[in-house]
Design a protein around this ligand. Structure first.
Ligand code: NAD
Length: 291
């Protein structure tokens, strides 16, 4: 397939490289990044002319909307536009409606799996949009990832992503505050892991991504909390979850608190550039009366 790939940063770069390595004709667009050996175009308009598929991997919904206004008129009718960025549900649905009106297939397809998953081609895709467009591009998802789940109509992929990451943020904070309290109760961290990871408190954050260094499988905690999944990206996703909660009138008190705590960690307590499990040393240093 002829593919225009727009946004070649930490995630988009390796995803585009994997598609090219599988034999697709990939043309990249990015004002800053240019992976080695990638054919580049200077505008989304040029890259999309005659393309079968356009893929975007961009920082946020405002940038997606701006790029989509170039991509949609440039793609030939019948082409498929896949947005893999994590953006607000409203932007995903608005861009989806514009693309549909222009005769394009449109999929919102955010990912889980991080930079390593992008490089290894083992991402999980959560997909919203029409099933025909998904069927036509399934082989591309198979190259970039290990799993692609069709979740429903336009916006459903983004909805699945922010619900998942709201659980992830809440669970990480719960796991970290339990470790911090266990320390103060004199409980050995290894003993805490051995019990919780095989008891009803088990979770992905405890069992697979343990925030305590030297305990459980290797994780960013063992690498001085270098990301991994950066705390500011968790903050972004929790913010999107709260935007969505307001828009659909959902009560998400734990999501709201997780959002406020990650904002405090990232903006006031050295959490920039730190893995999201780095809240453990921060919480450990706090006391019962610290708001
Ligand atoms: P990044 O900042 O490394 O990459 C974004 C790229 O988009 C940059 O190279 C930037 O130059 C480019 N860009 C910005 N405006 C552009 C424009 N108008 N036209 C073309 N290119 C433009 O970010 P990333 O880590 O690759 O994340 C991309 C998306 O994936 C985000 O929505 C993020 O939330 C999501 N995501 C990231 C991770 C992760 O671990 N990094 C995990 C899951 C999802």
């Amino acid at each position: 397939m002829k593919i225009a790939f727009i946004g070649l940063g930490n995630m988009g770069g390796p995803m585009a490289v994997n598609l090219a390595a599988a034999g697709h004709e990939v043309v990249g667009v990015d004002p800053v990044a240019a992976p080695d050996g990638m054919t580049m175009a200077t505008s989304a308009k040029d890259a999309c002319a005659g393309a079968d598929v356009a893929i975007t991997m961009l920082p946020n919904g405002a940038i997606l909307r701006a790029v989509a206004s170039e991509v949609i008129p440039a793609l030939p009718a019948g082409a498929v536009f896949i947005d893999c960025s994590t953006v607000d549900v409203e932007s995903a649905r608005a861009v989806g409606a514009d693309a549909k009106a222009a005769g394009l297939g449109m999929l919102d397809a955010p990912v889980s799996g991080g930079i390593k998953g992008a490089a290894d081609g083992t991402l999980t895709f959560m997909i919203g949009g029409c099933e025909d467009a998904f069927a036509a591009t399934k082989n591309l998802f198979d190259i970039m990832g290990q799993k692609a789940v069709h979740c429903g109509a336009s916006g459903s992929g983004q909805a699945a992503k922010i619900c998942n990451n709201m659980i992830l943020g809440i669970t990480m904070l719960g796991t970290c505050e339990a470790f911090a309290m266990a320390d103060k109760l004199g409980l050995d961290r290894q003993a805490m892991f051995d019990v919780v990871s095989t008891s009803s408190g088990y979770s992905w954050t405890m069992n697979a991504y343990c925030p305590a260094p030297g305990v459980g499988p290797a994780s960013p905690a063992d690498n001085d909390y270098k990301p991994g999944f950066a705390a500011e990206l968790m903050l972004k996703d929790l913010g999107l979850s709260q935007d969505a909660a307001r828009a659909c009138d959902a009560d998400t008190p734990m999501g709201a608190l997780a959002n406020a705590l990650y904002a405090k960690f990232v903006n006031e307590n050295g959490g920039q550039g730190v893995d999201f499990s780095g809240v453990l040393p921060w919480l450990s240093a706090r006391g019962n009366q610290d708001a």
